[in-house]
Design a protein around this ligand. Structure first.
Ligand SMILES: [Zn+2]
Length: 498
């Protein structure tokens, strides 16, 4: 299938670079899961050296010749070859157009800004973080200029996480979503129906771990080429051959570890479904963050918050925690799984209000990049817009503008992909139900294989062959459309909250 002679030479180069990248990722995983506290200095140096090696492979001058030869024969390449070349070009330009001074300055700034953010959040002191945020914003704009994207630096940032996506497209989607979601969330929150999550107490960590492993294995995660461990923040890293997930445990918040594990399992199933023989090139890699997030959200929300999922797992959950669940009826448990509460913290939010947190961040980022908003004005504007969009004003900057780590690392344009993921998940869901109207009855029997097979076939096997919008259109017949998410949230939450 890959026929052009220069392709093989290019792939050979990418293979070594990918080996280094995957070792770097493993070291990063180890840092968060195993590393003794006093060993972190050495780890920083190890990773810096390996990053240099990675950069040397990626900026190898001979790649330029290979890419030019392939681009000259563009019309003769098949679509898989085109995807490989297109992505290699992006990566090569990024590796060679950014001056070394800039890359070094950015690496130092990332580290300093991260620590400044940790302290600023701890002390609820935005002014201490503001100079670093200003510099990150400047660096992002300069980076876009080096890449020939100085005219639209925010679009350049967004494209880093979601290939082909633009601020204008996102704005259109979010405007429609906001119009429907703000009133819907207010309706749910004012309902007399209230979940009883505070009654979930004293779930032993050992039993939680055993239960979530049973659930995630049933969903299809292959523990022979992946694992789950404990870390402060849940994440999923690695690749199709070796997928590493993490979770965290709290005895009195058992649904958090269960659902965050299911979420990471969605990411893990995507990674494990990517073609293993193409691991080192674009065909074996995820499209971008929006599609990745659609996979985690689909398993977490559409699947695991469904009645049918709990028809199968509730007896097993009660068997593991008979006393802890004794005061809750089946309906109570189902409502606890689908609790909606007003919360200032994004990561603690439910699937309804979560999207409002993202819309808030997108609007702020857009204004920061256009110059409409100064960094110093950020806390006040955050609080004002938070009241308008989410319906609450955070009582501190710690619970407001300082809550997320992303901006300290200059990761502007990342947040929208969380909400795009929710929209794509809902859109995939309705396509699934159209093609397999009885799909939910599978879940009631503990069978998730038809769903996983469909995702493997429609999404996973293609790697980066299609950009986000093209893939969504190919699978669902339409580009990303927020109406599916709105429909899904109404279908699920209106009956629950009357
Ligand atoms: Zn995720």
């Amino acid at each position: 299938m890959l026929e052009h002679p220069s392709i093989q030479a290019l792939l050979e180069k990418q293979k070594k670079q990918h080996h280094v990248a995957s070792v770097l990722s493993l070291l990063g995983w180890d840092e968060q899961v195993n590393l003794p506290p006093k060993s972190s200095d050495q780890r920083g140096q190890q990773m810096a050296t390996l990053s240099e090696v990675h950069h040397q492979f990626g900026s190898d001058p001979s790649i330029s010749g290979l890419l030019k030869a392939l681009e000259a024969d563009w019309s003769q390449l098949n679509d898989q070859e085109q995807a490989i070349v297109k992505n290699s070009r992006k990566e090569f330009d990024r590796a060679t157009r950014l001056p070394t001074d800039y890359v070094t300055e950015k690496a130092i700034l990332d580290s300093e800004a991260y620590h400044a953010w940790v302290n600023a959040r701890e002390n609820d002191d935005f002014a201490a973080f503001a100079p670093f945020l200003k510099r990150q914003l400047e660096m992002a704009k300069r980076g876009a200029e080096f890449m020939g994207r100085g005219g639209d630096p925010y679009d350049y940032q967004i494209d880093l996480f979601d290939p082909g996506m633009t601020a204008q497209t996102i704005e259109g989607l979010f405007t429609t979503l906001k119009e429907e979601l703000v009133p819907l969330s207010r309706e749910i929150l004012s309902s007399p129906v209230q979940a009883k999550n505070e009654q979930l107490k004293a779930f032993s960590v050992d039993k939680q771990e055993a239960f979530l492993k049973e659930v995630t294995a049933k969903l299809g995660f292959d523990y022979d080429r992946g694992r789950i461990d404990v870390a402060v923040h849940p994440f999923c890293s690695g690749n199709a051959c070796d997928t590493r997930m993490t979770t965290r445990f709290h005895e009195d918040v058992p649904l958090d570890s269960l659902f965050s594990s299911i979420h990471e399992t969605g990411h893990g199933l995507y990674e494990q479904g990517l073609p293993r023989d193409q691991l080192h090139n674009a065909l074996g890699q995820a499209v971008g963050m929006g599609i990745h997030e659609s996979q985690s959200r689909l398993w977490e929300n559409q699947v695991s918050r469904s009645r049918e999922f709990w028809q199968y797992f509730e007896p097993k959950y009660r068997e593991a925690f008979p006393e802890q669940l004794s005061s809750l009826s089946s309906d109570d448990l189902y409502l606890a799984v689908n609790a909606v509460t007003l919360c200032p913290i994004r990561v603690d939010s439910d699937e309804v209000t979560y999207n409002l947190h993202i819309i808030l961040r997108f609007e702020l980022e857009k204004m920061l990049f256009s110059g409409e908003l100064e960094v110093d004005e950020l806390p006040d504007t955050w609080n004002r817009l938070s009241q308008e969009i989410i319906g609450l004003t955070p009582t501190s900057n710690k619970a407001g503008v300082l809550q997320d780590v992303h901006w300290s690392g200059g990761m502007f344009g990342y947040f929208p992909s969380y909400c795009l993921g929710n929209m794509i998940a809902a859109q995939l869901w309705y396509t699934l139900l159209e093609e397999m109207p009885d799909l939910l009855s599978d879940f009631a029997r503990g069978d998730f294989s038809r769903l996983l097979g469909w995702l493997r076939d429609r999404i996973h096997q293609h790697g980066k062959r299609y950009e986000t919008q093209d893939l969504v259109k190919r699978v669902t017949g339409d580009k990303i459309n927020p109406k599916h998410l709105i429909q899904y949230l109404k279908d699920r939450y209106k009956p629950l909250y009357q």
